[in-house]
Every structure is written in C-alpha cells, then in structure tokens.
Write a protein that binds this ligand. Structure first.
Ligand code: ADP
Length: 403
C-alpha cells in the first residue's frame, strides 16, 4: 500500500516536472520568437531610415549646381549628382566603376590619388577638353563615418569656365591697351628727346617733331575716348535715350560733318536712305555708328571713290548699310573686324589715326538697341557694312537703358 502511494507521488512529481519544463521551453521559444520579430522590425526600420536618408541626400545633391562625386575607399563611384552627370554626359549607371572607367579623366584620377595622401584638397583647378574646353575648381575631402572608419572620398566641382574666359579676355585687353598706349607715347617721347638734343634750334626740324608730337597726342586722346566709350557700353552704364529718329536726316548730318575729310580723298558721299525712315534709337549713339562706318569707308576706300548709305524695310526692323568701292576686306578677316583692336592692315590704320575700336563700338551700340551687325565684301570691289535697328522699342530697351 505504502509502495503504491509512493509510486503515485513519484509519477505525479515527474509529470509536474515535465509540465513545468515544457512550459518553460514554450516560454523560452515564445520569447526568442518575440526577440527575433523585434530584431527584424528594428532591422527593417533601420533600413527604411537608411533608404530615406540616402534618397534625401541624393535629392539634396541633385538640387545643387555644383557637381558632387562620392567614391568609396577603393576609388570606385558610389554616388554622383545630376549636375555632374550633365557635365560629363553620363547616361549609364557608373556605380562601382573607377574614375578612369567612368569618366576617362586622368587628372581627376591623379587628384583622387593625391587626396588619399593629403586628406583634403582645396581649390584645385582641373581642365577638360571634350566638345569645348571647360574648367573646374575642385574641393575634395576624405569623409569619415564611424569613429576610425573611412567612409569615402567626396569631391565638389564648381565650374569656372566663364570666369576663366573673362579672365583671358581681360588679360588680352590689358595687353592690347598697354601696347596701343605705349606706341604713341614712345613716339612722343622720342620726338621730345630729339628736340631737346638740339633739333629745337633748327626751325624746320622743330616743326616736323612738334607736328609728330601733336599727331600722336591726338591718337592717344582718341584712344582714351574710345576706351571710355567701350567700357561704358560693356558695363551697361550707358543709358540709351530712345526716341523716334529720322534716319535720313541723322545720317545726312554725319555725311555733312565728314565732307571735308571726303573731299581730301576726292570721295563722293551719297545718301540713299528714303525720306521718312523712322527708327527707335538713341540719336547721339546712332550718329556715332554712322560716323565710324562712313569714316572707315572714306579712310579705307579708294581715292576718288564713292561712299553710299542706304536703308530698307525689314519687317519690324530697318536694315541700314554703308558701302564703299574700295579694296574691300579679305575673306579670313571678315569674321574678325568687329573684334577690339583687330585691324587688317595695322600700319594703315595707325597712319589714319585709327584706334582699332571703331567697329567694336558700332557693334556694341547696335546690340544695345537690339540689332545686329555684319559685313560683306568682295575684293577688290569694296565693302558693305550692315546693321539693323528695331522700329519699336524692345522690351529690354523700353526702359531707355542699354543691356
Ligand atoms: P580702325 O581704328 O583701325 O579703323 P575699326 O574697328 O574701325 O578700327 O576697323 C577695324 C579694321 O577693319 C580696320 O583697321 C580696317 O582694317 C578694317 N576696315 C574697316 N572698315 C573698312 C572698310 N570700309 N574697308 C576696308 N577695310 C575696313
């Protein structure tokens, strides 16, 4: 009896133990499952945050005008923004490629190698000649993420092509101006020295050198005047005083002013502009356009030749021309005569007191009115300069100021 009792208790105790163990195991499994689910949820959340961060970062980079390039530690592309894609005309996915594979740009690959050594690069200048020459100022840094862990190489590209072009134009302009100033100045100085060395005591010689001084001082004055005009026109400070202008009357006043000069070269001046040709222009500036073109036609035309001004209706514009029957302009110079300081025959221009700025001034004034300038010439049959003027004020010039 006692034995049965003991066995029953033992069985009961074993069953209770097994039940407890099963319950504990079940509990453990449930806890593990809960932890796993929690971890999965956390991972998914983290991934989501990461994805959101990256797309926000990409959107931010894409909104920038600067080019952004991010390489991994091994120099392979991880990310580039839209501006850089446009700069390099990249149409495929270049992630995972090296600089040479993605852009075939040796200088950038060399810059990346330098960055690995120096950690930071400020204001490096890179140039690339593809369809045209383009220049960039590049700043770069090694970006570290987790403490001690390098995340990659970040490059920021700022395009400076236009700035470089302007810098070159400025340097060339300063060089040209210095040259143009130096030539008459050294002739003036040379003449003054010759006078001081004794020529002053010979009335004939003295007169010759004084005339030389006078002529080259005039040249300096013209040059400075033209430089001031062009600088005002280029900086947009020259306000246009727009009004309805009678083209025939205005051009006739210019031809009258040039009559003495024309007769010294036995040139005939003709005005073929129809009466009542009205344009919208700044009369003083337009007078300068006619003066420069007609003066050139007399200067570079032939002795005893003719100079004609005319105009025709061209829709909303009036097309004007100034023609001569001189030797004309060689074909290779036709595209360059409107450039500052360009002359076909340097010596002839100087001899005539030319500054090399007359046609550049014409072009600027016409442009400020919203018109165009061009030249046609067939050697040796003469040259014809054309320009257009709007009949009504353009929206950009309506406020009476040049652009
Ligand atoms: P410049 O002060 O030398 O006259 P411009 O800018 O007025 O400067 O003219 C530039 C050059 O264009 C001149 O040096 C000349 O070689 C050429 N040129 C201008 N007008 C004529 C013309 N009517 N016939 C031939 N060549 C001309």
């Amino acid at each position: 009896m006692y034995m049965w009792w003991a066995l029953s208790w033992l069985g009961l105790a074993l069953a209770a133990g097994a039940l407890l163990r099963w319950q504990a195991a079940r509990h453990r499994r449930a806890r593990a499952r809960a932890t796993q689910e929690h971890d999965h949820a956390l991972d998914a959340q983290r991934e989501d945050i990461h994805r959101q961060f990256h797309s926000r970062q990409q959107a931010l980079f894409n909104s920038m005008r600067e080019g952004i390039l991010w390489l991994d530690r091994h120099g392979r592309v991880r990310m580039m923004n839209e501006s850089l894609r446009t700069f390099f005309d990249v149409t495929t996915d270049v992630r995972g490629q090296t600089i040479m594979e993605a852009f075939r740009w040796h200088e950038l690959a060399a810059l990346a190698a330098r960055l690995q050594r120096e950690q930071n690069i400020f204001d490096a200048e890179l140039e690339i000649q593809r369809v045209r020459r383009r220049c960039w100022q590049v700043n770069a840094a090694i970006v570290t993420g987790q403490p001690g862990g390098e995340e990659g190489l970040l490059f920021v590209f700022h395009e400076v092509t236009r700035l470089k072009e302007l810098e070159n134009i400025r340097t060339e302009f300063v060089g040209n101006v210095s040259h143009e100033l130096r030539t008459p100045l050294s002739l003036i100085k040379g003449s003054a020295e010759t006078l001081l060395d004794g020529a002053i005591h010979d009335p004939q010689q003295a007169m010759r050198f004084l005339q030389k001084i006078d002529k080259h001082s005039d040249r300096l004055l013209y040059l400075i005047e033209d430089l001031l005009v062009i600088s005002r026109l280029e900086s947009g400070q020259a306000a246009l005083n727009l009004a309805q202008v009678d083209l025939r009357d205005l051009s006739q006043r210019v031809l009258d002013d040039l009559a003495t000069r024309a007769s010294s070269r036995q040139a005939t001046l003709e005005n073929k502009i129809p009466a009542q040709t009205i344009v919208c222009a700044d009369a003083d500036r337009l007078q300068q356009v006619f003066f420069n073109l007609a003066d050139n036609a007399i200067k570079y035309g032939k002795n005893g030749g003719w100079v004609t001004v005319g105009a025709r209706d061209a829709g909303d514009k009036t097309e004007v021309f100034v023609a001569d029957d001189g030797p004309g302009i060689p074909p290779d110079a036709l595209g360059r005569v409107f450039e500052r300081f360009y002359r076909v025959d340097r010596a002839r221009s100087r001899e005539n007191g030319g500054t090399g700025l007359g046609l550049a001034i014409v072009k600027h004034i016409v442009q400020a009115h919203g018109g165009e300038t061009w030249v046609k010439s067939e050697m040796p049959k003469g040259a014809t300069f054309h320009f257009t003027l709007p009949k009504k004020p353009l929206p950009s010039t309506a406020s009476s100021s040049s652009s």
